[in-house]
Design a protein around this ligand. Structure first.
Ligand code: GLN
Length: 245
């Protein structure tokens, strides 16, 4: 079995160690005997997105988002084709915003998104950002689980049709609405850095499963020994929820 990951704008969109997500995917897939290929793609580089099983785009400050968005928009037909062919997407923060309609930054500059999903993002004022540890509840494979991460964004994302989860502690899509991220059959998009996957092994496996689906259909992955990962996860969940109770 083979898993082909395309890591977009690796040199620009990598806030708070988003690249750790790639390492976790590589590790957990290899443990199952899956051959993993990770290719990178940045501004001006030719890559056939339809050739991949997973599209990964991390977060970035407004500056990086401004630098990459035109290049990303040029790739829209290929991204749509790749989605049609069954590619899975993992999008973090700035990457999440760029799959929506637009992002209006703190200075009122508009960064057009791909418009693949209906949500849009507008910045709060300069002095107010959603910053801190966050715990979310979501349902994956009919199981309700917690997801833990770290968020730092000014953007307030609205009009999200299907959210990733419900916020137990922290902010999420906006300061107040209690929802976090976007999720549908192919895409998981979230404000959670940290990076997301080392502390959330069930999400890591869900991403691998979704990516493998393109070529191998629905399958269950062999369980791994997640003692350490779960310890990290629950230590953080307890610490964060206790602090806020
Ligand atoms: N620049 C965006 C915002 O502040 C995204 C930040 C990020 O990726 N952490 O909302």
């Amino acid at each position: 079995m083979k898993l082909k990951i395309l890591w977009m704008y690796h040199n620009l969109m990598d806030l708070y160690g988003d690249k750790g997500n790639i390492e976790v995917l590589r590790y957990r897939a290899s443990k199952r005997g899956i051959e993993v290929v990770v290719d990178t793609c940045t501004i001006g580089e030719e890559k056939d997105i339809t050739d991949y099983d997973l599209f990964f785009l991390g977060g970035g400050a407004d500056r990086e988002q401004t630098l990459i968005y035109k290049d990303l928009l040029q790739r829209k037909p290929q991204i749509l084709q790749a989605l049609d062919n069954g590619i899975a997407c993992l999008l973090i923060c700035g990457g999440y915003q760029l799959f929506g309609q637009y992002y209006l930054d703190q200075d009122g500059n508009r960064i057009d998104g791909l418009g693949i999903y209906d949500y849009y993002t507008e910045s709060s004022d300069r002095d107010h950002r959603c910053i801190g540890n966050i715990v979310v509840e979501t349902t994956i494979q009919n199981q309700t689980i917690t997801v833990v991460g770290f968020e730092n964004h000014g953007g307030q994302t609205k009009n999200v049709s299907t959210v990733f989860g419900k916020v137990l502690s922290g902010h999420g899509n906006t300061f107040h609405d209690g929802t976090e991220g976007f999720m549908n059959d192919q895409t998981i998009a979230t404000y959670m850095h940290g990076p997301l996957l080392p502390k959330n092994p069930m999400i890591a496996d869900e991403v691998i499963r979704r990516a493998l689906k393109k070529n191998y259909g629905d399958l269950q992955l062999d369980p791994l020994n997640d003692e350490l990962e779960n310890q990290a996860h629950y230590t953080m969940v307890k610490r964060i929820l206790k602090k806020n109770s």
